[in-house]
Design a protein around this ligand. Structure first.
Ligand code: UDX
Length: 428
């Protein structure tokens, strides 16, 4: 099968490389010359484990990148993998996706066989009919051979290739049996000797499944954080409590780690977008609003624990961990951002460290100090806060002796508290 993938960002490049690995011929299309050149050299434009290997294996053979839409009509199916950034009110900005949808439609205006255009981007259910379908139609001049489908992705940063290969489920949102069969054919090689559950539904329901999935996971963490805050007030260990709660099959032991909260490019954007879309209908989604509120409050609770032990005004404070989660340099919506802002407001002298995310944070906060190691960051400080659960923070020990006053507030339950120090866990 020949697949065209429009957009070579994080999702587009991953699926293009993975489709090629499944045996399909793939043309990756992007407007950015540099990204296209990078892919054609067999290198990934983003940092994702396993992606370089797949590109190196398939570029020049099954996979090619280009800026031209010429391959679209010759392909069997086109995936739209264009980012949908947030507007100020949390709603999604569909401008770039709609432009790509229209350009795809234009490329298909004269196609005489049926063609499926599948939206991979995360979009709200009503926007399929209100924005994306009309954009494709306008480009294709109403060519009825062009059909729309929706196939949301559930890829996590840092394990996107593995998540593609081992999905919990595949969601196919289509309007016809032909379109559904086409998506089944695309993913058939993935099934191998397994049977990945496939949800066959309509495009709007498929779009909603993506939001419901992420809203559920983000709310699960916020609920765990809410319960964790209560545990802390009672002097109890939330991890001991949730370890027992997670034994209930209906709850599962995953995503029960309480702490400083969720960040990244998906949870904050998606929860805000579905909340904004709900409000447009006149419905106030109370649980989702509370999930955002609890998440926004966790950094402040972390700093309340610090100020219990340290007069932060004029004090030197180490911030350990800047990425939104370990194994990535992504700082988008990292909890480290509000923590640094609030420490600045409190008058702290900040020294930050992260194994890989210091460059991006330096663009965001050029005026704070950055250390070359956790040990260097801790030296001479009056307190430290731990924001990302990097493994290397678990092995810190004597390094805490170099602090002026060894007060450590752990937002991720990663530090070993056995060394002599004043240790506070956020929810334990
Ligand atoms: C998420 C979804 O998991 C993925 O399915 C979707 O496609 C994109 O969004 P990602 O943003 O890569 O993936 O991160 P994930 O590993 O899910 O973690 C999200 C945030 O939740 C991180 O900030 C993490 O630290 C936090 N988290 C996660 C917790 O605070 N506690 C937990 O128990 C789990």
């Amino acid at each position: 099968m020949h697949i065209t993938v429009i957009g070579s960002g994080y999702v587009g490049t991953t699926i293009a490389a993975c489709f090629a690995d499944l045996g399909h011929k793939v043309t990756a299309i992007d407007i950015d010359d540099d990204i296209v050149a990078t892919i054609n050299e067999g290198e990934a434009p983003i940092d994702e484990p396993g992606l370089d290997d797949l590109l190196e294996a398939h570029v020049g053979d099954r996979l090619t990148a280009t800026t031209s839409y010429d391959a679209v009509p010759d392909s069997d199916v086109t995936f739209l993998a264009i980012g949908t950034p947030s507007n100020a009110d949390g709603s999604i900005d569909l401008t770039t996706l709609a432009a790509a949808a229209e350009a795809t439609g234009e490329a298909l205006a004269d196609k005489t066989d049926r063609h499926l255009v599948v939206v991979k981007s995360t979009i709200t259910p009503p926007s399929i009919a209100s924005t994306i379908e009309p954009a494709i139609d306008a480009g294709a001049d109403g060519n009825e051979n062009v059909e729309i489908g929706m196939n949301p992705e559930f890829l996590r940063e840092g394990s996107a290739v593995e998540d593609f290969v081992n999905p919990d489920k595949l969601v196919f949102g289509t309007n016809s049996e032909w379109a559904s069969n086409r998506l089944h054919d695309v993913f058939e090689p993935l099934q191998d000797d397994r049977s990945v559950p496939i949800v066959d539904t309509d495009p709007a329901t498929a779009a909603m499944i993506k939001y419901a999935n992420n809203a559920f996971l983000a709310s699960k963490i916020s609920l765990v954080n809410d319960l964790g805050n209560i545990c802390k007030e009672f002097g109890l260990d939330a991890y001991e409590v949730m370890d027992a709660v997670g034994l209930d099959d209906r709850i599962s032991e995953r995503f029960l780690r309480s702490g400083v909260g969720w960040g990244g490019s998906c949870f904050p954007k998606d929860v805000a977008a579905i909340t904004a879309a709900a409000r447009e209908t006149g419905y106030e989604p109370a649980v989702l609003e509370a999930a955002i509120d609890v998440n926004d409050r966790q950094p402040g609770r972390l700093l309340d624990l610090l100020t219990k032990h340290v007069d932060v005004d004029g004090a030197r404070i180490a911030v350990l961990g800047l990425a939104f989660k370990p194994q990535t340099d992504d700082i988008r919506n990292s909890r480290a951002i509000p923590i640094i802002e609030q420490l600045q407001d409190l008058g702290a002298e900040i020294v930050a460290y992260d194994p890989v995310a210091m460059d991006p944070m330096c663009n965001r906060f050029p005026d704070i100090e950055y250390a070359a190691s956790a040990a260097e960051a801790l030296e001479g400080t009056h307190g430290a806060v731990v924001v990302t659960d990097w493994d290397e923070f678990a092995t810190l020990n004597d390094e805490f002796d170099e602090m002026e006053t060894p007060v450590v507030v752990d937002g991720r339950r990663i530090v070993d508290p056995s060394t002599e120090m004043t240790y506070e866990g956020l929810t334990w």
